[in-house]
Design a protein around this ligand. Structure first.
Ligand code: GAL
Length: 415
């Protein structure tokens, strides 16, 4: 006898293809507009089209997704939500809490998602036992990407401590290159902060401060150390950093203008789109002091509550997103690793393989933690308030002690 859930899914999909009343398009809001992001998304679009649905693309430019999230809010407020939206961490939970998400439980049960999706991702993909989102990837934020030609030319090796990073940056500057390619947008500053906090205090401290929101951890000496790192990182960037998009910063590594970028592995997608190869043209290593921990940022597609006739489209999208072969292909282009633990890694590059094995080790050691910068550590209001403090500090630099005090106050005020 067939698995009962399999019948449910099949019925749902057949309903989609047979009944004329069904809407045959799926509208997806997302912010994947860089070259590699667009190429990765195309893999998904093609699969959805193969399943008999039109892909209605609603791209809202802006790395990190702030603009797209505002656009979704407006859509929902005006009563016209899309079928699905690229969502991160607590945004999913908050939409679910407000009763704005539907679910794709039938697909998830028939395809056995419970068994293959890492638990830290399920925490956000599921709400009160229902699959309200489908995870498409696992990015990691505590990476440094380096131009190998510059490192070779200056006989540099990846720094193992923060002090070594400072020394390496000095040599790079003296040789006439920009040590750190960075874009001064709040979410990018916050991405540096993910690593600085982990490096200053380790995973236990990261959790106390950024996930448990312990006021002492947020305002204390260790947090001051994290801000001291931020202060030093600030000295490594070029004067024109303000407002620069992340992929423009990545292109500075590509064009050998800058030596390093601290960024999630979507940066790797850009290198590979430009035919740069790991360990030949670029290097990937962990921000010093964060080796052994895995700060994750997983993109998911959240399913908005829609009319019955749109549900077949959502089911098709959910099934496409979680397809093993799709995840293999998509994540090779995107720079991330699959959001399921049973995908063959043979076709991934060295950085991708390292990411997967590091993640498995971090899962065991309980050192896999959600990215603050990308909404996986604290709820969105606190994240926005904390990000503002971090970005202001990066641009105008009060003292690290004052910044730590402001951080604790901002988080407390946003509770
Ligand atoms: C992140 C997202 C990544 C990447 C990045 C830059 O928030 O999770 O997939 O696209 O923004 O746009």
């Amino acid at each position: 006898m067939k698995h009962p859930h399999a019948i449910t899914l099949m019925t749902l999909l057949l309903a989609g293809s047979a009944a004329t009343a069904q809407d045959k398009s799926v509208e997806v809001v997302h912010w994947w507009t860089s070259g590699s992001e667009g190429a990765a998304l195309k893999v998904l679009k093609d699969d959805v089209v193969k399943r008999g649905f039109n892909w209605k693309d609603s791209a809202v430019a802006g790395g990190g997704g702030d603009n797209a999230r505002s656009a979704l809010k407006a859509r929902v407020a005006s009563g016209s939500p899309p079928d699905a939206m690229q969502m991160l961490g607590y945004s999913i939970t908050e939409y679910a809490e407000e009763g704005l998400l539907g679910n794709v439980d039938a697909v998830a049960a028939s395809e056995g998602w419970d068994k293959v999706v890492p638990l830290p991702l399920q925490k956000f993909a599921k709400f009160k036992g229902h699959w309200v989102a489908a995870p498409v990837n696992i990015h990691r934020t505590n990476w440094i990407w380096a131009n190998k030609a510059i490192f070779d030319e200056l006989k540099l090796t990846p720094p193992k401590t923060f002090d070594e990073l400072v020394a390496v940056a000095d040599k790079i500057r003296k040789a006439g290159y920009i040590p750190l390619a960075h874009g001064g947008q709040p979410w990018q500053d916050a991405t540096l902060f993910d690593s600085a906090v982990m490096s200053a205090g380790g995973p236990k401290f990261y959790k106390e401060a950024l996930i448990d929101l312990d006021p002492k951890a947020l305002s204390g000496k260790t947090m001051e150390k994290a801000f001291e790192q931020m202060q030093k990182l600030r000295t490594m960037v070029d004067p024109a950093y303000a407002g620069r998009d992340w992929n423009i910063a990545t292109s500075m590594i590509y064009h050998k203008k800058a030596a390093m970028q601290i960024m999630g592995d979507w940066a790797k997608g850009e290198f590979e789109k430009g035919k740069m190869k790991p360990n030949q043209d670029f290097l990937c290593f962990q921000y010093p002091g964060t080796e052994g921990s895995f700060i994750f940022n997983a993109d998911q597609f959240g399913f908005l509550k829609v009319s019955d006739k749109q549900m077949a489209g959502q089911a098709a999208l959910a099934s496409a997103v979680m397809d093993k072969h799709f995840q293999e292909k998509f994540n090779q282009v995107k720079g991330s690793i699959p959001a399921r633990t049973d995908v063959a890694m043979d076709g991934f590059d060295e950085c991708g393989k390292k990411s997967m094995s590091d993640m498995k080790a971090a899962l065991k050691a309980n050192t896999m933690v959600g990215s603050f910068a990308h909404g996986h550590a604290m709820h969105d209001k606190a994240k926005a308030a904390a990000t503002e403090v971090v970005a202001k500090f990066f641009d105008s630099g009060t003292s690290p002690a004052e910044a730590a005090r402001q951080l604790a106050a901002a988080v407390a005020g946003a509770k």
